[in-house]
Design a protein around this ligand. Structure first.
Ligand SMILES: [Zn+2]
Length: 400
């Protein structure tokens, strides 16, 4: 008897799930159609306005899309209701979703105007390899960078194995061969690095999160307390056996000399730079500070990252839902999936907002240095940035 009851209740649950699924699919389909219809209506209206203004520039036709809007809003309500029922939608964000727009326009000018206003006080920067390429640092994770041809003799199972902790513990030699070419010291920070330093000098930088292990943020003079090296860096190292700490200078001497650094304390362990390998945890500092910082941000600038490595990439969704996000990158990345957008889920950047999504994300496409210089120009920091780069590069050259 209880078996039958159990089966019956399972059948009922499954039936309810099926209904919900069908319902969601229906609403999503309807919503998608509504979006298309809305886009068509906008196109038609634009055409009509063009025609009308050609004939009679003073007489622009009235908005005929109010019926469409009612239709849209009904679909919107059902969709939100369902998403909430399915716990797909965070209702606490509703007031923020509908809050006033923060940027006067979705462009670099809009961002510059916002930075200059008193409303923007806490800027978080997230950066990837793109801010260091003009320094001459190859994208070492990419086998096409040419760094890997030196490693043929090691017969790596796959190129990534070089950054896998299990492989490293058995065979550290390939990593140190590569590290010799990547060792910090010969590279100078780029204008992008100095732009971040200017944000700090102006009292605007809350924190800089970097995926880079090249230490160029430190070389550019950014204080270490404002820096989160999410994937670690060559700045320090530890013995894998006894955890004894070692400095960059100590490791550098061994690595450049072609030696595998061995611990002087326990005489057994290998000293590994504190860069995060695949299969290793991210630094504690990363987890502690993301909880503190991202909710306080009132501008997020993402530079030169392909936003594919997690958990770093998912940080973009941790800022408040009305916080503007500027992407400076060669191409659009981290873009929200259309299905997610239709369901009202916040997962990624939205450059073409639909349905109640707050228009707050700006993409500037090109190389990071050009983007940073352009933003500096619009902020009135044009000469300051150029002078800082020149002065600091001269200083670094003199130190060599
Ligand atoms: Zn040791």
């Amino acid at each position: 008897m209880s078996f039958i009851r159990c089966v019956r209740s399972r059948v009922q649950v499954t039936a309810v799930r099926c209904q919900l699924f069908t319902c969601v699919s229906y609403v999503m389909d309807k919503r998608e159609k509504a979006v298309n219809k809305h886009e068509e209506a906008v196109d038609k209206r634009e055409e009509a306005v063009e025609k009308q203004t050609e004939n009679d520039p003073d007489n622009v036709p009235a908005d005929s899309s109010s019926g469409q809007e009612e239709d849209d809003s009904a679909v919107e309500k059902v969709c939100k209701y369902l998403a909430q029922k399915l716990r797909l939608y965070d209702s606490t964000d509703e007031s923020e979703q509908t809050s006033q727009k923060v940027l006067t326009e979705l462009s670099l000018d809009g961002i510059a105007e916002y930075i200059k206003s008193t409303r923007c006080k806490n800027v978080i920067v997230m950066a990837g390899a793109g801010i260091s390429t003009s320094a001459g640092i190859p994208d070492f994770r990419s086998p096409s960078s040419g760094l890997y041809h030196n490693l043929d003799k090691y017969n790596l199972p796959h190129p990534q194995a070089i950054f896998e902790i299990d492989y490293f513990e058995k065979n550290p030699e390939p990593f140190f061969t590569l590290a010799k070419e990547l060792m910090p010291g010969g590279f100078k920070p780029t204008p992008s690095h100095y732009f971040i330093r200017l944000l700090w000098e102006k009292g605007l930088l809350l924190r800089h999160y970097t995926q880079n292990i090249d230490t160029l943020e430190r070389v550019a003079g950014l204080p270490s307390e404002l820096l989160v090296e999410a994937h670690g860096s060559f700045h320090s190292g530890h013995c894998l056996k006894c955890r004894a700490p070692y400095s960059l200078e100590w490791m550098k001497e061994k690595i450049l000399g072609g030696l595998i650094p061995k611990c002087e304390e326990c005489k057994k362990g290998i000293v590994k730079p504190d860069i995060v390998f695949f299969g290793e945890m991210l630094p504690d500092r990363f987890h502690t500070l993301i909880d503190q910082d991202f909710k306080k941000a009132d501008l997020l600038i993402i530079m030169g990252s392909s936003l594919v490595v997690h958990p770093f990439a998912s940080l973009i969704d941790r800022v408040p839902s009305n916080c503007p996000r500027l992407l400076i990158n060669k191409e659009k990345v981290g873009v929200e999936d259309r299905v997610m957008q239709l369901l009202g889920l916040k997962q990624g950047l939205v450059f073409d907002p639909i349905y109640g999504h707050l228009a707050r994300d700006v993409a500037w496409l090109g190389d990071c240095d050009t983007g940073c210089q352009l933003l500096a120009d619009k902020l009135g920091w044009e000469e300051e940035l150029k002078t800082l780069v020149k002065k600091e590069h001269e200083r670094l050259d003199a130190e060599k």
